[in-house]
Design a protein around this ligand. Structure first.
Ligand SMILES: Nc1ncnc2c1ncn2[C@@H]1O[C@H](COP(=O)(O)OP(=O)(O)OP(=O)(O)O)[C@@H](O)[C@H]1O
Ligand SMILES: O=C(O)C1=C[C@@H](O)[C@@H](O)[C@H](O)C1
Ligand SMILES: [Mg+2]
Length: 191
């Protein structure tokens, strides 16, 4: 008997969602990964900024009528929309608090069939990358924000179990270049 005809609608390729602390390289690695895979790239921080008419996170946090709460509500909506893209094969870089500071954001990422990868590095590495980032406009996130390294250590301790619980896979990025981190994520994808 003849082979059945191939399906006319192949399933979408598996999308990728990157989660992790600020400075772990979600945006840098995500953009390069999307280019490597030939997929659309979505950065939820960029989408949130657009939803706030171009105001960045630091400005929104400092606005008394919005604050972190207002930021997180809009972020959760952007994350939900991004997960629809990831379900269709896109690569998504999330904001550092997208799954840790919002139950809705966490639920949207958890429910998404894309591969969720936690980019992990220890607090000292993250703090060094954040402070060296020429585009650093990240608002303080806690009472410890006068000492950025202490804030990273404190928050990472709380957030780390959440990142690990939400992720399907973890990639240690402390000793990797962005290109090596892309390779490590590609190696986790189905061939
Ligand atoms: N593997 C790496 N090695 C060295 N530096 C890196 C690496 N990945 C990212 N960086 C640098 O660290 C800084 C932060 O990277 P990036 O903005 O991609 O992090 P992020 O996880 O998206 O942070 P945020 O959550 O604030 O959006 C940038 O200056 C970037 O060039
Ligand atoms: O870790 C966080 O809570 C944040 C990380 C950034 O990606 C931005 O989403 C914002 O600065 C908050
Ligand atoms: Mg980013």
């Amino acid at each position: 008997m003849a082979d059945p005809p191939p399906p006319t609608h192949a399933p979408p390729p598996r999308g990728v969602v990157l989660i992790g602390y600020r400075g772990s390289g979600k945006s840098t690695v995500g953009e390069a990964l999307a280019e490597r895979l030939g997929r659309p790239f979505i950065d939820t921080d960029a989408d949130v900024r657009a939803r706030f008419g171009g105001r960045d996170a630091a400005e929104v946090f400092a606005d008394p009528s919005l604050g972190e709460k207002g930021f997180r509500e809009v972020e959760a909506a952007a994350v939900a929309e991004a997960m629809a893209g990831a379900a269709a094969g896109a690569v998504v870089a999330t904001g550092g608090g997208a799954v840790t500071e919002s139950a809705a954001g966490r639920a949207a990422v958890t429910a998404c069939p894309a591969l969720c990868v936690y980019l992990h590095a220890e607090a000292a590495v993250l703090a060094a990358r954040i402070s060296a980032d020429p585009h650093n406009r990240r608002p303080g996130l806690s009472a410890a924000d006068a000492d950025p390294a202490a804030e990273v250590a404190e928050l990472l301790k709380r957030r780390e179990p959440i990142y690990r619980a939400v992720a399907d896979e973890t990639v240690g990025v402390a000793d990797l270049t962005p290109a090596e981190a892309v390779d490590a994520v590609v190696a986790l994808l189905p061939r």
